[in-house]
Design a protein around this ligand. Structure first.
Ligand code: ADP
Length: 462
């Protein structure tokens, strides 16, 4: 920004002063040339009037006049006669020689020339001299060379002054620009400071900056991101505390069972057997929680959600799941119905999807009523296949419907425990469905039943 502002400030200044100095130089040179020409014309008139070229011998007064004029011009005046012979020269170097230059010939033809030699810093002119006042016949040519040093020096002085002024202006501009840029960047510097504090771990930092619309939008986005981060942090903490609690419960039971056995003297073998069976059940439960936790962690998106995708016949997969679960259903006197509307083959991870759908059907059996039914329907369109698991069970009250997919969430803790639930089944199912780029939704009415619908794309795009 500093460089840009300086360029924007300096460039027009430079261009303008360049143009002005050039114009000044031009006008100075032109006026000096004009002055030289005027003086020479006056001299030429005098020479004409005094018949300088025709009178014999030559008027020494006029010679004098010529050399005075040459001195005034800080230059040299030479006079050439009709025969191109130099008859007088204020430098006395070339008297008697001939000058047949282009300018002299042109001048004899009535065309005066004015030339400026910038390299050697002088102006040269040719002015005609006439025979006399009456006779306007060109009798000779005056060649004038005049120094332009005075003018050029004054131009140099002016441009030096301009450069000095520029330096001062650039210096002032630089100070102003640095000050201005600092002022403009202040909100961003403040924002950076806030972010540094967040980076140090202070997630509670209030990030807000209302100075610019941009910083306002930026800080809003950062605040939202921080809020999400905090939520993730909190949910992780909750998860860890839930896991500890869940893992501790069976261990506590085992401890109570073992302690009470030990405190009993001469306890009968039957009691031992009974307590040992309970202890074994608790161990099973613990191991199921650990298994579920492991599947959940493996399903986590951070693991990259590695799916072992293959073409799988979903009808076959569902039939296999139902075959495995039918014995549990029979035990509870629940009828399981499979309704396949069409044959479906899709790109899925067979193991994982099978676990996800098993969880749904198992829940439908577990949370059912005596003599109830579970209906599994498979349908597809050109993009997705749909698995609907409906049951005639106890249903999920409206207020819990949003929570059942959370880890360790159970509506009825006692019943879930009794049926061997860990509260992780639906969380696992949802993760698997999401990994397959699908969706899961539920609709339920307390006391009437529940419908879980899973939608999964037929082709998997990594
Ligand atoms: P759990 O291991 O306890 O079954 P899930 O994550 O599978 O854990 O389910 C979470 C809770 O959702 C269950 O405890 C239960 O209260 C409720 N739930 C799940 N499926 C059904 C269903 N089909 N009918 C009624 N309640 C259900």
């Amino acid at each position: 920004m500093i460089v840009l502002f300086l360029l924007i400030g300096i460039a027009p200044m430079m261009v303008q002063s360049g143009i002005m100095i050039r114009a000044y130089q031009q006008s100075q040179l032109e006026s000096r040339m004009q002055e030289i020409q005027n003086q020479c014309t006056i001299l030429s008139n005098k020479l004409t009037r005094g018949a300088y070229l025709t009178s014999e011998p030559r008027d020494t007064l006029l010679d004098n006049e010529v050399s005075v004029r040459a001195d005034m011009l800080n230059g040299r005046i030479a006079v050439v006669d009709k025969n191109y012979r130099i008859i007088s020269d204020t430098f006395s170097l070339s008297v008697g020689r001939f000058n047949v230059s282009e300018e002299v010939i042109k001048c004899f033809n009535g065309e005066t020339t004015t030339r400026y030699n910038s390299r050697d810093r002088y102006a040269s002119l040719t002015i005609p001299i006439y025979a006399n006042d009456q006779n306007k016949q060109i009798e000779g040519v005056m060649i004038v060379t005049a120094s332009m040093d005075g003018v050029l020096d004054s131009i140099v002085t002016v441009s030096e002054r301009a450069s000095f002024l520029h330096l001062i202006l650039i210096f002032i501009l630089a100070i102003l620009v640095v000050f201005l840029v600092n002022l403009l960047m202040k909100p961003f510097v403040k924002l950076q400071r806030m972010l540094n504090r967040v980076e140090e771990g202070n997630l509670e930092e209030d990030i807000s900056s209302h100075e610019y619309k941009e910083t306002e939008r930026l800080t809003e986005a950062i605040s939202n991101t921080l809020k999400k981060l905090k939520a993730v942090d909190q949910s992780r903490e909750e998860f860890v505390s839930n896991v500890s609690h869940e893992l501790k419960t069976p261990i506590t039971s085992i401890r109570v069972l073992a302690d009470s056995l030990m405190s009993m003297e001469d306890a009968p073998v039957e009691l031992y057997r009974e307590f040992m069976t309970d202890i074994s059940d608790e161990i099973d439960r613990e191991s199921k929680i650990i298994d579920d936790l492991l599947s959940l962690v493996r399903m986590d998106k951070t693991e990259g959600g590695k799916l072992n995708i293959a073409q799988v016949n979903i009808n076959g997969l569902l039939e296999l799941i139902l075959k495995r679960l039918r014995p549990i259903a029979d035990k509870r006197n629940v009828e399981v119905i499979f309704e396949s509307i069409r044959e479906v083959t899709a790109d899925v991870d067979e193991m994982k999807l099978s676990l996800a759908l098993s969880n749904l059907v198992e829940n439908a059996i577990k949370y059912n009523v005596e003599g109830g039914w579970v209906r599994v329907t498979l349908d597809a369109d050109h993009k997705f296949f749909y698995v609907k698991v409906s049951d005639s069970g106890i249903g999920i009250p409206e207020e819990f419907q949003d929570h059942v997919f959370e880890r360790f969430y159970r509506v009825d803790k006692a019943r879930s425990r009794e049926t061997g639930g860990t509260g992780l089944g639906l969380a696992i199912t949802r993760n698997i469905v999401l990994l397959h780029q699908g969706a899961i939704k539920l609709s339920s009415k307390e006391g009437e039943g529940t419908v879980f619908t899973v939608r999964v794309p037929l082709t998997y795009i990594p």
